[in-house]
Design a binder for this molecule. Structure first.
Ligand code: F0G
Length: 498
């Protein structure tokens, strides 16, 4: 009973075999994937920390509810169950189902954004910003400065900087801001939460200007946990109460049910305004499916509805966050530079600090993710310059301050020993980081969301940077390894780790 790592509130009923590929197999797989972990085949991965999206283990209750899914095209009973669960826990009256989060983002962006619109948000998210831009909008990051500093221990690094928000309102005019896009937690900052106090202040400011707030609720339950643990006055509030308090300060939400709700697929858009809901229902028929299934099977809606109920249970959310913290704390103890404090869904390695000798325009995070895969067949995700993409106006790389490798933990999937294996591998790669002397360059770069399907090749750190790239380059004089110093058989990322 004295353990500080409390046992998970579940036991395992079904298992899925996984296999650790050999070093040769890993090298072959990495080359075939163009050094992009997004393009690896799952069969070549041992521990998959690419994402927590749709990769969760469902409960026996969720699986049994899937059996009673109502597959009617119109008016499915399963939709009404889902609608009731969203209304009850997220408090929005109108619920429009979508196949996943980006389906909801597409609908809300098409309705509210016009060419010339400005959308402020607490850091960008890839798909969210892409939909805003496809509709002619410009995204503005209004998160507090501390969010861009990996070492800062601010307990609510997802908070909005109210000065940045009011300056933007003054500069572009409230009439050109269709809504404020607020994420809870903030994925690209490593799962950092926003406080209820800050959300309340944002609400007060936007209300004065009649600007609505649309919440990205994908991980709002995880955000609620941090409020309960860290924000004065909430220690005795239930997760469900805090979640409702958060939603009460917003006008609608986009939801990827593949995160907090433990589902493998699904999502929804929910709003308070009945006219907006009607417009959304008209659009969902075009892009997703009828407004009583929105791209989900009836059984998926059952799984999401049950998942919502499970997600707000104290034991479930405690076990989830505790597991992420366990991995993070092991890495911190070994000196690996991480995004601090440890976030809700992921541990993020500061790749720029780890591979200081790889120039930013040769993508240190992409390089580190490749190196980690080669070491242990652990799949991680790049969350840096590659994910940030190019500025649509200048065509240059947007170079975010955060250059992270994300170790994203699926819910209820891996054991503590899996995560200890991952920690050992990361620590090994960290300790031998000086042997990684080559970065990566694109050989194929898709125009949108390039991190998913882009392909790369190793390049020496002294190679000329690609044109159109805006990330700071390394001064050749400061290059860690000069031409002369390089061993004759200069190891490349691919073979030095083989
Ligand atoms: N918003 C946030 C904060 C997300 O993390 C995601 C997806 C979405 C929206 C889009 O939802 O995938 O259901 O269409 N994030 C995944 C990730 C892909 O790996 O972070 P979706």
């Amino acid at each position: 009973m004295g353990s500080h790592y409390a046992p998970e509130p579940w036991r395992i009923k079904v298992v899925e075999p996984v296999r650790l590929p050999t070093r040769d197999e890993r090298l072959t797989a990495l080359r075939a994937a163009g050094y992009n972990t997004s393009l690896l085949r799952s069969a070549d991965v041992f521990i998959d920390l690419y994402t927590d999206s749709g990769t969760n283990a469902m409960s026996d209750r969720q699986w049994s509810d899937m059996m009673i899914g109502d597959e009617a095209y119109a008016g499915s009973r399963s939709f009404y169950r889902l609608e009731a669960a969203v209304q009850r826990y997220y408090s929005y009256p109108h619920v429009i189902p979508t196949h996943q989060g980006r389906g909801a983002e597409n609908i809300i962006s098409r309705i509210l954004i016009r060419p010339g619109s400005h959308i402020p948000g607490n850091m960008y998210f890839t798909t969210t910003r892409t939909h805003q831009e496809l509709n002619g909008g410009t995204f503005h990051d209004i998160i507090i400065d501390q969010a861009h500093d990996t070492a800062d221990e601010h307990p609510f690094k997802g908070n909005v900087d109210l000065t940045k928000l009011s300056t933007l309102i003054r500069t572009v005019g409230a009439e050109n801001i269709p809504y404020v896009s607020l994420a809870a937690t903030v994925n690209m900052a490593g799962g950092q939460p926003i406080s209820l106090a800050n959300l309340t202040e944002v609400r007060e400011l936007t209300a004065k200007h009649r600007i609505p707030i649309i919440l990205d609720a994908a991980r709002a339950v995880e955000n609620a946990w941090f409020i309960q643990q860290r924000e004065p006055g909430y220690a005795n509030h239930s997760i469900a109460q805090i979640l409702a308090d958060m939603c009460a300060r917003t006008d609608g939400a986009c939801m990827s049910a593949k995160k907090d709700s433990f589902a493998n697929i699904g999502g929804w858009l929910a709003v308070r305004d009945p006219d907006l809901a009607e417009t959304a229902r008209n659009l969902v028929v075009i892009y997703e499916g009828l407004h009583t299934y929105g791209g989900m099977a009836g059984r998926d809606m059952e799984a999401v509805a049950r998942g919502i109920e499970e997600s707000v249970q104290q034991d479930n959310i405690r076990a989830r966050i505790q597991q992420v913290a366990h991995l993070g704390n092991r890495l911190i103890a070994a000196g690996v530079p991480l995004m601090r404090p440890i976030g809700g869904h992921a541990v993020c390695i500061d790749a720029a600090a780890t591979l200081e000798h790889i120039p930013r325009d040769q993508y240190p995070a992409q390089t580190l993710a490749a190196a980690i895969y080669l070491d242990s067949a652990t799949r991680t995700a790049e969350r840096g310059a590659v994910s940030a993409g190019r500025d649509p106006e200048t065509g240059k790389d947007r170079c975010p301050e955060l250059e992270l490798v994300r170790l994203t933990i699926p819910r209820r999937v891996y054991t503590q020993s899996h995560l200890d294996f991952v920690a050992d591998s990361i620590i090994n790669v960290y300790k031998t980081r000086d042997t990684i002397t080559t970065g990566l360059a694109f050989t194929h770069e898709p125009p949108v969301l390039r991190f998913f399907q882009g392909r790369f090749t190793p390049v020496s750190a002294t190679t000329e940077p690609e044109t159109g790239n805006n990330c700071p380059t390394t001064d050749p004089d400061e290059s860690v390894m000069t031409e002369d110093e390089q061993p004759r058989s200069n190891p490349t990322t691919e073979d030095q780790l083989s």
